[in-house]
Design a protein. Structure first.
Length: 367
């Protein structure tokens, strides 16, 4: 009896994928573990393998959008591999003429000279070419499957949530001072640099404990409160944005978090990141500051209800104790789903992060 090939679970927020390439054609004989096809989502690519040996029958084509759990083909284990057996000799087929001459209108004969002439015609190119708009000097190209999925998800978030963004700013002097003072010792102990992200992750965990509604999501008519602190960190790659998850951040030290961040960044950029690395997560941090962004309104990472945006650190004049001083300042942005999180909660959440970063000793003392 043929066994079914189903689309596997590819992450908590992934409901569909696109067939990006067919690696084994329908009707071919495959062995257990052979690569059959590749699926593409807005988070990761996934290769499907043959669950057993037999004849493959596919029910999808390249470019099809398929659902998680959908049957996309079968394998018949009773089939016999015919590739090693010599097949009956077939008569060679003559190439079809590239055109019919104008004289061949249904009554005239297609002569030998016409046939030879047709073989001399250049073959039509199979390579797609951009459509050039001559008047406006523009060109067109097909949107990639990954870009289509990203576009669909972004529009879906805008249409299904009541997303708002609130802002604050933080004086990064204390964090920068600790990094400068302890960087050498930190690198010797952990083998990686002490960055800003570990401070922000720790500050977010503290704020999530104070405002638990931010660490929740809406499931139909229910509010699901998450008891762990699994923080997603956006990582930019050539293929797009990857969002790996650092789990149970409340249990990890600064060094352990920085090691995981370094590992995920390397895996995301060399293409070795797995679906499990991207599953779940209760809150997301994205840092547009590494590209020079001064201020932005980040978009939610569904089904999560909030996302924190970090930005560039810029020296600016600020008033402290009635005096104008120059300090390294960063704007913070918190986008949130107003269906679940009230404005007061969002503002208090951001103020708590600001306090933790401006007084990092509170992070170490868990205050």
């Amino acid at each position: 009896m043929p066994s079914e090939i189903k689309v596997p679970n590819m992450g908590e927020s992934v409901s569909e994928a696109t067939v990006s390439s067919i690696l084994k054609s329908s009707g071919s004989f495959v062995k257990q573990g052979d690569e059959i096809l590749e699926l593409e989502t807005d988070k990761v690519n996934q290769v499907l393998y043959a669950p057993e040996t037999g004849e493959l029958t596919l029910q999808v084509q390249k470019g099809d959008i398929i659902k998680i759990g959908q049957v996309i083909g079968t394998i018949n284990p009773q089939a016999v591999d015919q590739t090693s057996k010599s097949s009956d000799k077939e008569s060679p087929k003559l190439p079809e003429p590239a055109f019919l001459p104008s004289s061949c209108n249904g009554t005239a004969k297609f002569t030998k000279a016409d046939f030879i002439s047709s073989l001399q015609q250049p073959a039509a190119s199979t390579q797609p070419t951009p459509i050039v708009e001559k008047e406006t000097n523009t060109s067109r190209k097909k949107m990639s499957s990954l870009r289509k999925i990203i576009a669909q998800k972004l529009v879906e978030v805008k249409n299904t949530t009541a997303m708002l963004t609130t802002f604050n700013e933080v004086d990064m002097s204390s964090v920068m001072s600790i990094r400068q003072k302890e960087q050498e010792s930190f690198q010797k102990k952990y083998g990686t640099k002490l960055g800003f992200m570990s401070f922000f992750i720790k500050a977010c965990v503290a704020a999530l404990k104070e405002i638990p509604e931010v660490n929740a999501y809406i499931d139909k008519e229910d509010i699901v409160l998450i008891q762990s602190y699994d923080i997603c960190v956006a990582v930019s790659t050539d293929r797009g944005l990857m969002v790996p998850v650092i789990r149970s951040c409340e249990q990890h030290s600064f060094g352990e978090i920085e090691i995981q961040l370094s590992t995920f960044a390397k895996k995301a950029r060399d293409g070795s990141i797995s679906v499990d690395d991207l599953k779940g997560g209760s809150f997301t941090i994205t840092n547009g500051g590494i590209f020079g962004s001064l201020l932005s309104t980040p978009i939610l990472n569904p089904p999560q209800s909030a996302i924190l945006g970090m930005h560039s650190i810029v020296k600016r004049p600020v008033v402290i104790n009635d005096e104008i001083v120059i300090r390294p300042m960063m704007y913070l942005a918190l986008s949130y789903d107003h269906r679940l999180i009230d404005g007061k909660q969002a503002v208090l959440f951001l103020k708590h992060i600001k306090q933790m970063l401006e007084e990092p000793s509170r992070l170490l003392l868990d205050l």
